[in-house]
Design a protein around this ligand. Sequence first.
Ligand code: FAD
Ligand code: MLT
Ligand code: ZN
Length: 443
Amino acid sequence: MAPQTTIPQISSVVGAEHVLIEPELIISYVTDWTGRYSGDALAVVRPGNADEVAQVIRICAASGVSVVPQGGNTGLVGGSIPNQESNSVVLSLTRLDSLGDIDAVTGQVTCGAGVTLAQLQRHAHAAGWEFGVDLAARDSATIGGMVATNAGGIHVVGNGMMRKQVLGLEAVLANGEVIRSMSGLAKNNTGYDLTQLLCGSEGTLGVITEVALQLVRPRETELVLAGCESVQQAVEIASGFTGKLAAAELIDRAGIECVSRVTGIAVPFSTRFHLLIEIVGDIDFAQLESLEHATLAMDARDRENFWALRERITEAAAVEAAGVSHKLDISVPLSELDSIYRDISSLLLQPEVRNVVLFGHLMDGNFHVSFVTDTDDETLDIAILELVAARGGSISAEHGVGHMKPEYLHLSRSGAEIAAMRGIKGALDPAGILNPGVLLPQD
Ligand code: FAD
Ligand code: MLT
Ligand code: ZN
């Protein structure tokens, strides 16, 4: 257990008002967005700058207290939540909310780890730029959390994932040392790329305090909602726009009906699937007319409604989920997407399974699979992950491993890779104080 002096020492660094210990104040920090994961913590600590983060980590390291970094707590795999034994602090980074000026020539910007995606988007927009990654949790998800999970979202097909936007970062390691590479150099071949190592490390290798990001120039886009009867047909339609795709999102019938019930937005087509495609530049009307079911967003209201039909599925599925909610985030090679859709759908045709919804980032080969059962038996989840592994896919396309999937990591990573990852973890955090239980399987 932590010495009794630990919390007072931390309070003297960050100020007592930024150390929460009362159960009613910490409950929202120790329960995840899905409600499926919850834990306990000695305290929630809210440092105001990188130096305070470093001092808190040194105190925790000296006391044998674990540190669970947390941004907006919108992660979907339980990674920002401590486990049940209460020998940890949640380190909330939301006060690190500085936003630097945007370089008008390069489009580079520096950003505190606690800045939300929506704040960054507004900042970029005001200067005539855009941020390349976008996702529905934008009002709460932080840039630090998005780097730590290497978030994906709706624009990966056009702009790549989070790591592609990251030019450098500042982070505090488990020993309290600070690493910093914020110069935004286009070229720097001086050894291991520690910035990229921290992208997707889920708070297990360091606490990210600041990030240097590359913005992109905004481009005019058109938004089309199409109806189709199979995943393969959706891929063919989207492939017709190759090179011009900013987004290509697929929603199955159950998903669109669920989101329509919750939002009140009408379902446009009676087809089995709806495909939302965002196209850069002018639309080719002949191409559009060749599609049997397709409608072009004519104004801002149409765009908002089309996007809501896609983006509000997670929330809608959660509203309607009475029981244990299962959420998987898988990717396979695009050529396997149609067949895995059919295999997963057949597998989930069981009396104890309900609210089956499949949707996701079509051209990334990424499906989100959500369903509800009465028990938290993981047999079906494992069977789906095995189908993914058999096709050379990933058991976590964009949400990370968190507390949810360490035991299944071997389905996507070889023994040699897991051993190498353990070696890196052991070198940077030998006492294992950063986010224990997350990402790597227990020995
Ligand atoms: P948290 O949930 O607080 O933390 C996530 C992980 O990062 C944890 O392991 C935590 O320890 C670590 N972490 C957080 N901050 C730091 C830091 N500063 N330094 C080191 N480690 C840190 N994800 C996608 O990829 N694509 C989507 O399209 C998408 N859509 C979503 C839609 C909804 C409605 C919701 C609720 C979630 C969605 N997500 C999506 C998941 C989630 O928003 C992302 O994983 C996001 O990157 C998490 O950011 P966060 O600040 O909330 O991080
Ligand atoms: C999305 O693309 O909407 C998300 O990643 C969230 C989810 O999987 O529910
Ligand atoms: Zn997603």
